[in-house]
Design a protein around this ligand. Sequence first.
Ligand SMILES: Cc1cc2nc3c(=O)[nH]c(=O)nc-3n(C[C@H](O)[C@H](O)[C@H](O)COP(=O)(O)OP(=O)(O)OC[C@H]3O[C@@H](n4cnc5c(N)ncnc54)[C@H](O)[C@@H]3O)c2cc1C
Length: 380
Amino acid sequence: MRFTEEQTALRDSLRRMTNEQIKPIAGEVDDNDRFPVEWKKLFGEMGLLQMWVPEEYGGPGGDLVSVCIAKEETARGSLAASTLVCNNSIGLILPVMHFGTEAQKEKYLRLSASGQVVAAVAMTEPQAGSDVAGMKTRAVRQADGSYVVNGMKNWITWGEVADYVLLFAKTGDGPAHENISAFLVDTKTPGFRVGRKERKMGRNGAPNNELYFENMVLPSDALVGEEGKGFTACMRILDLNRPTIGASALGLAQEAFELSVAYCKERKAFGKSIGQFQGMQFKLADMAMKLEAARQMLYGICEEIDAGDYSRLQTIASMSKCYVTDVAMEVTTEAVQIFGGNGYSKEYPLERMMRDAKVLQIIEGTNEIHRMVIGRNLVR
Ligand SMILES: Cc1cc2nc3c(=O)[nH]c(=O)nc-3n(C[C@H](O)[C@H](O)[C@H](O)COP(=O)(O)OP(=O)(O)OC[C@H]3O[C@@H](n4cnc5c(N)ncnc54)[C@H](O)[C@@H]3O)c2cc1C
């Protein structure tokens, strides 16, 4: 697809920003696994935390194509940075936009528009990852309409720095689509506690934590959407957000590919540049074809969703996430190979990109689950 003039300008300015502000410290953020406060401040000032908040609530608005451009460009520097960009979309902005009351929109969309809050999404539990319905965290409604929540979540991105958490909890027994509810939790609420931080392979700088909810009392207006309908709502939100995971993957892969082409031209072996060897050219050709297919697919799907056509939403959302993240894993792995020993060295960014690409095949529904969704819809 062709970007509009505005989208092209956004891409170009973000590419400059990534080169100047993200790439120089990306390796250090990864090495120290530290939350990059300077990026949070910068992205808030640039409007990158609040993309998608409608103008009527003080936000910049934004379409899926633009959000994906932001995700892609920043991922060229760091996956942690790209994760932070538009991070609040699934934790605050999309659920409130689609399922919130007018009062919730006024409060949370305006807060998001300030660019100063970070939201997390808490669904996963130790025994309930792909099988979300297996969650044990419970919210019990009291006579006055408030809820008492008990349970724990793990792997929650931004857990230790989040101001708000979109929490999924059981409010009844029986099928998930009738018994899981969504709540917006202010992390200053008594009974909320941050637990262990995960030590992980990649995407360092974007912390993951256990979260505990111990006799935590939530007011009735913390509920988002109808009681018991949180599961269905969350699936819709995740579908709307899924192409953005593909966009981060595309940015990682594009950067790894461009670095590989440059390296093939400059690195010498047996008296010539390694780019002269057919074995290397075949690798580059395969990477280029996969990237081209992934790019056309991703932005084509974004265009369809932006046009308001949700008739194939579930299938194409799964395709955009699954295919592009698989391509990113393949391309970054080949890039490490092209760089030889240097690809394996922390002096170069390739090994970080390969480690980072891996997580994108696991989060927001594993790629096995997405193949299952696509396949199921094909034979329905
Ligand atoms: C870095 C990181 C960040 C994360 N951030 C968050 C977050 O912010 N919020 C949150 O709630 N969660 C988060 N998660 C959790 C993530 O969503 C889960 O790890 C993911 O859904 C997979 O669940 P699981 O780890 O329990 O794997 P499991 O569900 O146990 O799956 C194990 C394996 O079995 C396969 N499998 C499972 N069921 C099927 C099936 N029916 N058919 C075929 N294969 C199947 C899976 O594909 C996988 O390969 C994060 C995870 C990571 C690693």
